[in-house]
Write a protein that binds this ligand. Structure first.
Ligand code: AMP
Length: 231
């Protein structure tokens, strides 16, 4: 069972990498942003409460998100990769407490490190399909027919929170509230840092090297440390 957190700014590639990890390792992808968007689309009480915060690029209050994610974790006994959670120190501590209550702990927290200018470009150029959720980019990952989803032909949209002004606000929120988690997990000896300024395929190789060092391939800690030095 693998329990991993992918930590990084919005637009650092967490979602893309998580989808690959799910295919490779058969673990659940628990994305707090995706779950919140689903709740909104369903018009649930949680979705309605979260809506205004999300559209402003602010964080949804801790108590709402913590309860939602602990439920998702309970429903994933084969392991998971957390994407977008925890995002505050309060959320990280609540997660640690909940896991240790059941005698468990995280195996690793992988930090995808990306420059803010690259993030602004990635996010403001991102377009997604409101029907199937597929994600494109106006320059780096174009659909076959401009403006339409390859899978179902639905017109692509820009998420309101991917507009440049909101992206800038989300980055400020990230630096203030989420970035401190890097030091928190480093002090616990759980942090692995990955240069994620490169393309998805390169980052994928760096991630897999770390995950396979966690025990899946019986590597010793020293070998993992060597792997970490060149990612
Ligand atoms: P994401 O798709 O992860 O960038 O999340 C989209 C939005 O959902 C964020 O800008 C927040 O408003 C909200 N959100 C997602 N995850 C969290 C979290 N762990 N804590 C608070 N708000 C969150």
């Amino acid at each position: 069972m693998i329990r991993i957190v992918l930590l990084g700014a919005p637009g650092s590639g967490k979602g893309t990498q998580c989808k690959r990890l799910v295919t490779q390792y058969g673990i659940a992808h628990l994305s707090s942003g995706d779950i919140l968007r689903k709740e909104r689309a369903q018009g649930s009480q949680l979705g309605r409460k979260a809506q205004a915060y999300m559209d402003r690029g602010e964080l949804v209050p801790d108590d709402l998100v913590i309860e939602m994610m602990l439920q998702a974790i309970k429903a994933s006994p084969k392991g998971y990769v957390l994407d977008g959670f925890p995002r505050t120190l309060g959320q990280a501590i609540a997660l640690d407490n909940a896991l240790s209550k059941d005698g468990g702990r995280l195996d690793a927290v992988i930090y995808l490190d990306v420059n803010d200018t690259i993030i602004e470009d990635r996010m403001s150029g991102r377009r997604s399909c409101p029907t199937c959720g597929a994600v494109y980019h106006i320059r780096n990952l174009k659909p076959k027919k401009a403006g339409f989803c390859d899978h179902d032909g639905t017109p692509l949209v820009q998420r309101p929170d991917d507009e440049l002004e909101v992206v800038k606000r989300r980055l400020i929120t990230y630096h203030e509230q989420t970035r401190p988690l890097v030091d928190y997990y480093r002090s616990k000896g759980l942090l692995y840092e990955v240069d994620a300024n490169d393309g998805a395929d390169v980052v994928d190789v760096r991630l897999r090297r770390i995950i396979e060092g966690l025990g899946g391939s019986n590597k010793k800690a020293s070998t993992v440390a060597e792997d970490r030095s060149d990612v």
